[in-house]
Design a binder for this molecule. Sequence first.
Ligand SMILES: NC(=O)c1ccc[n+]([C@@H]2O[C@H](COP(=O)([O-])OP(=O)(O)OC[C@H]3O[C@@H](n4cnc5c(N)ncnc54)[C@H](O)[C@@H]3O)[C@@H](O)[C@H]2O)c1
Length: 367
Amino acid sequence: MKKTNVAIVGCGNISGIYFENLCKVFKNVTVKACADLDPERTAAKVEKYPDVQVATLEAILADPEIEIIVNLTTPQGHFPVAMQAIEAGKSVHNEKPVVLTRDEGKQLLAAATTKGVRVGSAPDTFMGGGIQTCRKLIDDGWIGDPIGAQAFMLCHGHESWHPDPEFYYKVGGGPMFDMGPYYVTALVSLLGPVKRVSGSTRITFPQRTITSAKKYGNKVDVDVPTHVTGIMDFASGAIGTITTSFDVWGSDTPCIEIFGTEGSLSVPDPNTFGGVPRVKRMGADAWSDLPLTHGYAENARGIGPADMAAAIENDRPHRANGELAYHVLDIMHAVHDSSDQGQRIELESTCERPAPLPAGLLKGMLD
Ligand SMILES: NC(=O)c1ccc[n+]([C@@H]2O[C@H](COP(=O)([O-])OP(=O)(O)OC[C@H]3O[C@@H](n4cnc5c(N)ncnc54)[C@H](O)[C@@H]3O)[C@@H](O)[C@H]2O)c1
């Protein structure tokens, strides 16, 4: 099997699981190099993964052996780093959100098409066993025709645990752009693209106080809505609602429920790879827990770029692709635009549902 060389740019909080999985789990990739603005962070990585070289972004861009850049910088770095990767003739997989604005997204996809390289983006959690099992249940008709869906991501923000949480309250952050990608991507992969959106948003606390250790007591001005509710009209006719919030102290709402003509499906947390799908079918007295039909139920972050490498090799579409990520970005912006403008927004973008994963894959394999 060909091993595709990848480089990781951005060695912060989330990078650990990418290093672990791309170095040790996925058999079709090799992490050749890593870069970060902070040399202490790259040094810590190569101490743990000695086969990986410390490099600069410039050296990575100039290395003809590196085919895919995994861009784990903070959201403000997603577009500039990805554009440089594409201009250097490399495919790129960004953490979420893929970029900040629709304009950046369009530029990125157009540049990738011109250069003949691929764009991918987190989240790749929809490729995990939890959502893939739900996909099979829907496609196999367990709940009949989907009528509607509800999604809830309610918490009180990340400043109690993240060492550098400021970016969550700046442009590109907020609960919808931070956590919405998991929920909206899961919904699009389960129900297909969205054609129309409306939304309402608010800022409840204009300033937040960091309570994680490093910056304890520091204040952050809030520049973006922190309580966001959207209604999504899917092209299929299903109607979805989503609420994402950094303003809520507690909630018992489910992550995602999908309602069909013949039953309801409770979808596990789309910010994880596993979980227990539950169904309550027409005539049933109670919900039933269902076993997973697919693997990758543990934290498999990195499955997106590994799938991109396999897709390039096997000449097929990759699942966590730029069109899907752009459509999700468009939906999230449209929720905010609708609130600002006081009207429903017809979406210009659409995408294909990403292909389901085959059941029974060996660990570390994608095809
Ligand atoms: N922390 C999480 O739990 C989590 C989970 C899922 C996704 N994400 C996403 O992952 C991304 C990174 O989040 P994080 O929590 O790891 O942030 P972080 O601040 O801990 O790490 C980001 C790293 O990128 C580096 N960086 C920034 N710009 C760079 C550039 N131009 N070149 C090289 N390095 C650069 C920074 O020095 C930093 O080390 C974000 O987009 C976030 O939304 C984070």
